[in-house]
Write a protein that binds this ligand. Sequence first.
Ligand code: AMP
Length: 259
Amino acid sequence: MKEDLYSIKMRSARNTKHISGAERIILEKDMGLSVQQLVTRALGHSKGKSDFINIKIKNIVKQDIEYINPLDIRTVITNDYFEGRECALKALQKSGLSAETSHLVLNMLKDCHTMRGAILFEINSRERLEADKKRGVRVTNIDWSFNVKQELDKALARANLNNNHVKEAVALASKVCSAPGIIAELCWSDDPDYTAGYVASKDLGYMRITKLKPFGSNNGGRVFCFDSSKASIEKCIEYLQEKITLVNRVPVINNNIWV
Ligand code: AMP
């Protein structure tokens, strides 16, 4: 690849409250279009029109890039969010959390909103490890590799999943699950219009659950479950926040499964 690469980060707020954020790794020729798309997102968000938009663009050293595999995707269709949350609890347990810890993780998201980053939760001590609890840990420098983007769009479109929510979340979860010490992730959006969410782990893959919260609720976020017996917290946070990571394969997408 001869062209220069850039990381582009957008964050926006309204009355100092977080509205939207996005990370991309782009080719120089796509810079103008990407900036335009991110500004449009910040101004047209269902959480409100941003009155502050910050865009940061930085050249990337190609030798620093780590290529990772994606988590495979499956969708579980649930009738309502109660069923969805039951399914999430089972998935967290399959990923290695105890029943009690899984409930704690789920309850944390019920009370969470307007964080820019994720809760980093230590599963043995059951403590939150983020230095700034209001902000959380923000995963950056993650995107799909350029040579899989077209094929990815086609594969997601065949499964009716070709939207920014899914595309960005699968890339992010793939990075999170390859971080040192991370056991699983639980996510549902704080966007009031978006009720789907997921549980992700290395063994489970990306398990998309169609209903994880009531429509109209602005509670949501992400919990990264960390096991300190497996890695140091510094290494984990450095990987999540700094490592430049591109997902270089199209995931396997499984058909919809009813609970
Ligand atoms: P979204 O799926 O974009 O609606 O994000 C839902 C929530 O997940 C946000 O409010 C943040 O708390 C968290 N989040 C979003 N993007 C990231 C990221 N890059 N790293 C860590 N947490 C994030």
